[in-house]
Design a protein around this ligand. Structure first.
Ligand code: PGA
Length: 258
């Protein structure tokens, strides 16, 4: 079986918008788990706080990145954020296709495919978010919905480059909710996603790609969620805003994935 490094990623969305608040958060988690080598960690601060956060995480084992990039590296894209700035700050990850971007800002799969391609070409790691819009037990429907997103969003990437891509499975109905999807649901869907990746791009790529779960992950539900071998980690939102809770999540993933 292929060994994949477990992941804990986190997005601050647009919650911590003051420079000091975001930088303090980064400093706090850095003090708590910034030397952890067994878990790959990354933080997506709010876009306006990226630079001060980057200064706090320099030299740390916690990577950072942006929650979005423009589909082109530079040019006439008023109001957008360039991957060139992220590279200059030392960032390594780009979050692409989050459901809030897809629904509130009308991002299309075509645009998302361009962003994934630009990220790979720039030598950074895309964290591609996919997820079905409605809660359902029709697994055939969920599988075909997600497989369609994967085939469209990864269409511009050569097979041999796919291994660096991280897939974040984020069922839209579990984002911002009281509870995460059940561990059984997550296990089932991650297994189906790996099957889809294998159908689309071959077993070798599928075995190397990490698939993480996001949507109301907390210190209380994380251990059950990452038990399945196809769940390579988690993508944390609100329930990581307290640095101690974030630390607890990292430590739980480490314990389960040992
Ligand atoms: P949440 O956010 O944990 O606050 O639901 C998760 C996400 O959208 O990635």
């Amino acid at each position: 079986m292929t060994k994949r490094k477990p992941i804990v990623g986190m997005s601050l969305k647009m919650y911590h918008n003051l420079l000091k608040k975001a930088a303090d958060f980064a400093e706090n988690i850095n003090q708590l788990v910034g030397e952890e080598e067994e878990i790959e960690q990354f933080l997506f601060p709010g876009m306006g706080t990226l630079y001060p956060v980057s200064l706090k995480l320099k030299g740390s084992m916690i990577g950072f990145g942006s929650q979005n990039i423009a589909p082109a590296a530079n040019g006439a894209y008023t109001g957008e954020f360039s991957i060139e700035s992220l590279v200059d700050m030392g960032g390594s990850y780009v979050e692409i296709g989050h459901s809030e971007r897809r629904s509130l800002f009308h991002e299309t799969d075509e645009m998302i495919a361009d962003k994934v391609q630009l990220t790979i070409e720039s030598g950074l790691i895309p964290v591609l978010c996919i997820g079905e819009p409605k809660e359902s037990t029709n697994f055939e429907w969920i599988k075909s919905f997600l497989e369609n997103q994967l085939s469209m969003d990864l269409q511009k990437i050569a097979k041999e480059k796919l291994k660096t891509v991280i897939i974040a499975y984020e069922p839209v109905w579990a984002i911002g909710a009281a509870n995460a999807a059940s561990a059984e649901h997550v296990a089932k869907i991650h297994t189906l996603i790996r099957e889809s990746l294998s159908n689309l791009f071959g077993t070798e790529a599928a075995e190397k790609m990490r698939i993480i779960y996001g949507g109301s992950v907390s210190k209380d539900n994380v251990s059950a969620i990452v038990l399945n071998e196809n769940v390579d980690g988690v993508f944390v939102g609100r329930f990581g805003h307290d640095p101690k809770n974030y630390q607890a999540i990292v430590e739980s993933v480490k314990t389960i994935k040992k």
